[in-house]
Structure formats: structure tokens, C-alpha cells
Design a protein around this ligand. Sequence first.
Ligand SMILES: Nc1nc2c(ncn2[C@@H]2O[C@H](COP(=O)(O)OP(=O)(O)OP(=O)(O)O)[C@@H](O)[C@H]2O)c(=O)[nH]1
Ligand SMILES: [Mg+2]
Length: 356
Amino acid sequence: MQIKTYTANSMKDILSQIKSELGSDAVILSKREIADKTFGLTARPIIEVTAAVDFDAGTYDYHLTRPGASSGMPEPALPAFSAPPAGHLAEDITELKDMVKELIAHSGMKLHENNPLRKKLLSRGIRPNLVDVLLTKLGAGAKESAVRSLLGKLVKTEEPSSSRVWVFVGTTGVGKTTTIAKIAAGGVLNHRRKVGLITLDTYRIGAVDQGRIYAKILNIPFMSVSSVSEFRAALGKMGSLDLVLVDTVGRSALCRDYIPQIRGYLDGVDPCTFLLMPVATRDSEMDAVTRTFSGLDIHRMIFTKADEAIHSGSVITHNLIHRIPVSYITTGQRVPEDIEKASSSTIVHRCLGERT
Ligand SMILES: Nc1nc2c(ncn2[C@@H]2O[C@H](COP(=O)(O)OP(=O)(O)OP(=O)(O)O)[C@@H](O)[C@H]2O)c(=O)[nH]1
Ligand SMILES: [Mg+2]
């Protein structure tokens, strides 16, 4: 299964994009109006649609769904799409087909409403239309083991990239500094790596102290910088280290100058950028935050505070919709213990619990 999000000014444009990229068997998972941020204050509404198409999950690679990214993997075969007859009739037929598909996507609930597996997946926080697409793919009478196995193939996790500069972003209080301390401690204590810490002190006076204290405990270099030139100088000074962890001081991502400011710091640095998100965040909030931070080219996700979440289907939903690989999950306040490397099987297990 391939899932992809499209934006355009009209539904017609989006449908033709979906058809040409995903083929005519694609189904629409969600559709809504959002503000086109590129127009600033005069933002006008555009349509955002997430669509999915079914093909052998084993051949799926997330890069294929990320515009501009190249995986080096062969393109999976898309479902055959027979060209409709020419003329108005053809257009009408195509439009009707689209409407039927949209209807089917929205009537998934009816098809599966008596399936106990549906109730279970919903109770774990997986978005309803995703649940219906998964169940439709597996067919009536699908067993939970089949859902686990499909999700195991679809959920994308990956180690951080090979960049030696790791940048941690996310809204206020999501656990950036604590997670950095956990990763720094793991690097220093378990892998004997030379680690340094830089805080981009873009806003809060006194916010650097937390990082400074962790750096002191771990006996690693620490610098707080408040301009791009200071940041470049700090990176230069830490040039011999194996890993430089960059903390960004919490500020609402909705502040209009926040993302451009951070982007200014990172220009030409080629870091691995992590977006941190608490597991117990509403789907719509996760979508909005992810969209806001996409201005920074997010390479990996870190889901935080898994210990505070009643269920963790939000991680699966986010991963299937946004296709940003997960690198870590944090599970408590203890430094350095409460962090684990993400794997698709542990994410599925966290969401669905023990096999029954
Ligand atoms: N339960 C739980 N608490 C966590 C976890 N990670 C961090 N916290 C707590 O969340 C609070 C905020 O953590 P910080 O690391 O300061 O968050 P931040 O993103 O750096 O915050 P700002 O710099 O203010 O944006 C602290 O009380 C942490 O102990 C976690 O995995 N589980
Ligand atoms: Mg912080």
C-alpha cells in the first residue's frame, strides 16, 4: 500500500495528480481545506487530500512518496490503468469513477462496522479511514495477525542519517532537551563517542541552563549561540567531535518567524533534523505541527512521552500519512534510561499490545 498527500487549488487538479501518480485504483483517505502558507497573511484556502493505493507492501519504500527524495530503489509496479475512451463521455466516466471511489472510501465504516478487529484498531487510536483501508486490503475475516504483519511492513523506522550534526525541533515542552541528554549520554557512555552540545538560544533567557547542566554532568563541550555566525563558529570549534547535538529553545511553532529563523541557522549545514512529538497528541494537531515544521526538511521523527499515552495508534497514523521514518521513542523522564530505538515491530506491539 502506498499513501500520499496532495495539495492543489481544485479537487480536479488533485484527482488528476492522484490518477497519474497512484493510478485509478487509488482511494481517498481524507480531504480538507487548509490555508496556503506561501501567501502569508493573505493566505487563501487550498485543498489537501491524502490518498492510498494498494500494491504489494513488501515492495513499498517511503522515499517514493516523498517528493524530491531519491531512494535508489526500483519503482514498484503501479496497478494497471486502462485509458478511458476519448471525449466528454470519457471525462464523465472518469469523474463518476472518482466519485464512486470516494464514496467507497467513506463507506468503509459500513463495510467493516461489525468487524471486532475494527473496534480494536479504533480503540488503539488509529485513524478510522486508515483502519478501513487496512481492513479492505486484507479482506473480510482478516485476522489480527494479518493486520500486525501488514503494519509491520508499512511502518517506516530508520536510524538517524550519517550526518554528524543532529538538530532537534518541536513545539514547547515536547522533550527536546531531555531527549538530547539521553542521546548524548548513550553516545558518551555506551559508545565512547565524542559528543558536543549547542543550544540555539533564539528566545528564552535562561533556557540554556538545562543543556549546560547536562553537558557538565557528561563532561562534554557546550555552547549557547544567538546568531548564525556564532553557530557557524561553534560548529567549527566542535569540528573534531563525532556528533554535535543541536537544541532549539522551545517556542510555539505558530510564531511566524520561528521556522525561517531556524532555517537560517541550518542553511548549508546538512544536518539530520528530528521532529519531536508527544505520542498523546491529537491527530489533527500532529498534522498541523508536521506541516508547519516541514519548512525545515524533517528527516526523522522522535515520538516522546510514550509512557503518558493511553494508546499509541497516533504513531502509526502519523507514520502512514506523513511517511517520515521514526528513529526513537522516549518512555519517561529518566536520563539516560528512558529512550528506545524505534522498530516497526515495537511500534506495532506498543499499539496493539500482546498477540492474542
Ligand atoms: N513522562 C515523560 N516526560 C518526559 C519525557 N521526555 C521529557 N519529559 C519531560 O517533559 C518536560 C519537558 O521536557 P524538556 O526536555 O525540557 O522539553 P523541551 O522540548 O526541551 O522544552 P522547551 O525547551 O521548553 O521547548 C520535562 O519535565 C521532562 O522531564 C518522556 O519521555 N516521558
Ligand atoms: Mg528545551
